[in-house]
Unconditional design. Sequence first.
Length: 340
Amino acid sequence: MSTRDTDWDGVRLHVVTGKGGTGKTTVAGALALALASGGKRVLLMEVEGRQGIAQLFDVPPLPYSERKVAVAPATGTRPGGDVFALVADPESALVEYLEMFYNLRHAGTALAKLGVMDFATTIAPGLRDVLLTGKAAEAVRRKASGKTGARVYDAVVMDAPPTGRIGRFLNVTSEVSGLARVGPIRGHADTVQRVIRSPDTAVHFVTVLEEMPVQETLDGIAELAGLPGGGIQIGGIMINMTRPLPLPEDQIRAAAEGRLDTGELALGLKAAGLDDSRRLASALSDELAADARTALGQELQRARLDEPGQPCYELPWISYGVDLGGLYRLAAALRDQGAA
Ligand SMILES: Nc1ncnc2c1ncn2[C@@H]1O[C@H](COP(=O)(O)OP(=O)(O)OP(=O)(O)O)[C@@H](O)[C@H]1O
Ligand SMILES: [Mg+2]
């Protein structure tokens, strides 16, 4: 067999959350590429309408339709795979849902005129969410027409709302139950909930090694684990923007405590031909002390991330900014560590 074991082999819907700005969109893109490697088809889905995926893959803004945005690397004898992207918005998802279930062609334009869209987006946030998660669930379950009936996508990756909103976003049924106790919307919500609470789905948390994002990650994991009814599978913790330690461990401690020998540093600087080496050495050791304290703080945060007992993956800081090349590097890091 040419397939390899990964930590999330049975998972087909990968939900990526995390504190704002920690790299959710970037990591979701890298994960989609990693999952698509070796001839797979993966859909990367955005739900907050910010065109982050288009920017990430350097393509024009995406419409509400599935477009191929990247080719994933080939592996061994297997060809490269395809990453498709979709920007899902609740209005389009509602129109599509009505067309699919009630065969209401062109219902959308009429409904828009009647103001149903406002209902969907402003009056009922629970419905808004179920339309978006419903679109993901539909893509996960979709089968090709024809005899084979094969799945259209091997996996779906969702660039999801941040940790502060992820619990409500995924807790579909209870959010909708106040709106619809019976009927098609309720039935739809129940189907979506079954997908989200099945082993097909995992929720990954992106963080950086700072106090607040780590705290949000731990809180988010606890929240999902504590939802009534349980059953939302926690995925991996993606530690983004990691950097190698600037010095060996013992020297880091020495630097953090201001125990670096500035005299020796000054001598070194002088030997390198620098004037005013004493002043330079003292400035340099201040900077080193600050860096060292940051590094020690990161170690502390790293240790906290072991508490939930989930697999942790490290994604390197890309110093020149995340371009396509950087994205492939992040994808390779995820694959090397067994995340995909
Ligand atoms: N590993 C990395 N190395 C360097 N820069 C990174 C890395 N990951 C993300 N970035 C940069 O950090 C910024 C935020 O990333 P991104 O947009 O993916 O975060 P986000 O969590 O999706 O943000 P938002 O909450 O606004 O949606 C971007 O400029 C991105 O290029
Ligand atoms: Mg984003």
